[in-house]
Design a protein around this ligand. Structure first.
Ligand code: CA
Ligand code: CA
Length: 199
């Protein structure tokens, strides 16, 4: 009997939680508890169902995103990058020369592509034109191909539009003229020996 009371005292918080404390008899209170357990069990099943549905949707979204990234990567993997020695050319001259060669000034639209170029394009330690410009509208950068402008890898303090700089080139090495590795805006009249061709 003493044990039964001990158990009931221990269960008291549960009865209170389940709003079963006001029942007249212990039997009613226990039935109330059982009903509450059943209700909670059903609610848990519903919640688990919702959680599964959310996880299923997340899985589908990730799968779609993954497929899209794979397609982009494959598209990029199918292209080639080549450093062209133009002697001395402005960005516009480089753009036209790239077109004559059946390609275009390289566009870099992801970290994967940037790393791919750094590792495989055999870039010289130089100022190298690539296919970005904000010539049409200051500060609104665009790729020559019309690809969406999103990913950037600006060198420290760039773009600074110093002397109205509207054309994009890269510094592939950390040491280049004391500039950090990355991208820089440069003027339309500036000339350099190299550009990066993509096709
Ligand atoms: Ca500019
Ligand atoms: Ca600049």
């Amino acid at each position: 009997m003493k044990n039964l009371w001990s158990i009931l005292i221990l269960m008291l918080p549960l009865f209170v939680q389940a709003n079963c404390i006001d029942k007249q008899t212990l039997f009613e209170a226990m039935r109330c508890m059982q009903a509450e357990i059943t209700r909670l069990h059903q609610e848990n099943q519903k919640l688990q169902g919702s959680l599964l549905e959310i996880q299923r949707m997340q899985f589908q979204m990730l799968k779609a995103e993954n497929a899209q990234l794979r397609a982009q990567l494959q598209q990029k993997a199918d292209r080639s990058y080549q450093v062209i020695n133009c002697g001395s050319c402005t960005w516009e001259q480089a753009r036209q020369d790239a077109e004559k060669r059946g390609g275009y000034l390289a566009t870099i639209t992801s970290e994967v592509e940037w790393q791919l170029i750094l590792k495989t394009a055999n870039l010289p330690d130089a100022w190298i034109w690539i296919g970005g410009t904000d010539q049409q509208e200051e500060g609104k950068w665009q790729w020559v191909t019309g690809e969406p402008w999103g990913y950037t890898r600006w060198s420290s303090g760039e773009p600074n539009n110093a002397n109205n700089e509207d054309y994009l080139h890269i510094w592939p090495k950390h040491s280049q003229g004391g500039h950090s590795q990355g991208w820089n805006d440069w003027t339309g009249g500036a000339k350099t020996q190299y550009y990066l061709l993509e096709k």
